[in-house]
Design a binder for this molecule. Structure first.
Ligand SMILES: [Fe+2]
Length: 435
């Protein structure tokens, strides 16, 4: 039985027996519809359909490994060792969950703990299977740490693939996505978009040496049926609603998990704060109070990056939008009070970097807002809803891009690169660190 019996709109439930017999041919048709190679071309013995690395706890000493298979695949477990070591270690027994809305498919998850910081490991899922690699994060910033930041990842397979192929050679330690990932809108009939998304990751976010690049992702409106929690009469806090209305996001990303926001601390040099701009739960109340405490407790950390989907200072849409206004009124004062230098935003499908902003005005000690979510989506025109250029924009371009963030000691440097590999922005403009 093929593991990826998709609940695709063109595949009626009564056709599942036929699907098994016709799978190869249908796969080719699906591939054409999806604009990529046949899904069934992968997944032979011991080879997963998807592989997603992330962290749930300390990135110096742990790694969470997810892989995706069919229900009938051979039981697998993770074996791992430091590169250069002779003996393999057995990982813990994997947890197993259904892959939402994909018949027979499963998500397997292990969290490796007790690893050495700043080290390169290799792992596989079965004896004789392919060896992949991962690396743990260093104890400090004596070596530069790099991550690729962006959002709005996959309108079309080709767009995502093209950007990934520009990103991977930069060898980022991890990828940070600020929401709107596969554009499945939490809908069962769009599960195939996630299957394809994971397939693209397998093909393009593994480095030439076999290192799988970990991913952290915040929720966006396209992770949720209806886009925003308040559009659902059935909304209530907790996993039950999330499983129904944002099934893929919560099943596929171990971090932050429930309630949809969280902080990941890299020793005392970096904290990534993932936030939810009203998609799976409200900004106001618990989340904002949690943010206040989280930022207040990290004023000693030199690099703290709030990351969320709807921008405080949009490049395309009007800044008068309700969520944008709420971010500026409730979260920006916290960013300013507790020393945030840069916040990452998305949603508008263009590139923007704002002036530093404090108390609603340009200020040299203000917060720079970077975005605006154009990793692999059709661009929108800058300022489409502004009669004149917005006062807060320092630089904006209608271009697909990612931003490569480099941290070295106290220094921060952000290079933004478009899908052709061309540098379109550098911040700060006069870099203060060797590159
Ligand atoms: Fe969005």
């Amino acid at each position: 039985m093929n593991p990826w019996t998709l609940n695709h709109p063109r595949l009626q439930p009564g056709c599942r027996g036929a699907w098994a017999r016709m799978a190869p041919a249908i796969s080719v048709v699906l591939a054409l519809l999806l604009g990529g190679p046949p899904l069934l071309a992968q997944g032979g013995s011991g080879s997963p359909m998807g592989l997603l690395l992330t962290w749930q706890q300390d990135p110096l000493t742990t790694m969470t490994i997810d892989w995706h298979t069919g229900a009938t695949s051979t039981p697998q477990e993770v074996r791992y060792r430091r590169v250069g070591a002779s003996d393999w270690n057995a990982g813990p027994t994997p947890e197993e969950f259904p892959f939402p809305h994909v018949e027979d498919a499963r998500i397997h998850r292990v969290e490796l703990v007790g690893l050495e910081p700043g080290s390169l490991y290799e792992f596989n899922l079965s004896e004789g299977g392919r060896n992949y690699r991962f690396r743990t994060m260093p104890q400090d910033l004596q070596r530069p740490v790099r991550f690729a930041s962006g959002g709005d990842v996959r309108h079309e397979r080709e767009m995502m693939e093209r950007m990934n192929r520009v990103v991977t050679p930069y060898d980022p330690d991890f990828i940070l996505w600020a929401g709107d990932l596969a554009y499945a809108d939490g809908l069962p009939e769009r599960a195939y978009r996630w299957v394809d998304f994971l397939d693209v990751m397998m093909r393009t976010l593994i480095t030439a040496e076999g290192r799988v690049i970990p991913v952290l992702a915040a929720p966006g409106n396209h992770e949720v049926r209806g886009g925003y929690y308040r559009n659902s009469d059935a909304w209530e806090p907790g996993p039950e609603w999330q499983r129904e209305f944002a099934p893929f996001y919560y099943a596929l990303f171990a971090f932050p998990g429930h309630p949809g926001y969280g902080v990941l601390d890299f020793a005392d040099y970096l904290s990534i704060v993932l936030l939810d701009t009203d998609h799976t739960g409200p900004m106001a109340g618990d989340q904002t109070e949690w943010l206040r405490t989280t930022l207040r407790d990290r004023t000693h950390v030199p690099h703290v990056f709030p990351t969320y989907h709807v921008p405080a200072y949009p490049s395309v849409r009007s800044p008068d939008g309700g969520v944008s206004t709420q971010v500026r009124e409730t979260w920006s004062p916290l960013f300013e009070a507790f020393g945030v230098r840069v916040a990452f935003e998305a949603h508008d499908h263009a590139f923007k970097r704002t002036h530093p902003i404090r108390a609603g005005a340009v200020h040299p000690a203000g917060v720079v807002y970077m975005g605006d979510g154009a990793w692999g989506v059709r661009n929108r025109i800058i300022g489409a809803s502004h009669s004149e250029p917005a006062w807060y924009i320092d630089r904006a371009l209608t271009d697909r891009h990612f931003s490569l963030v480099t941290l070295h000691g106290p220094h921060l440097h952000i290079l933004t690169v478009n899908e052709d590999g061309r540098v379109i922005d550098e911040f700060p403009e006069a870099p203060t660190m060797p590159r």
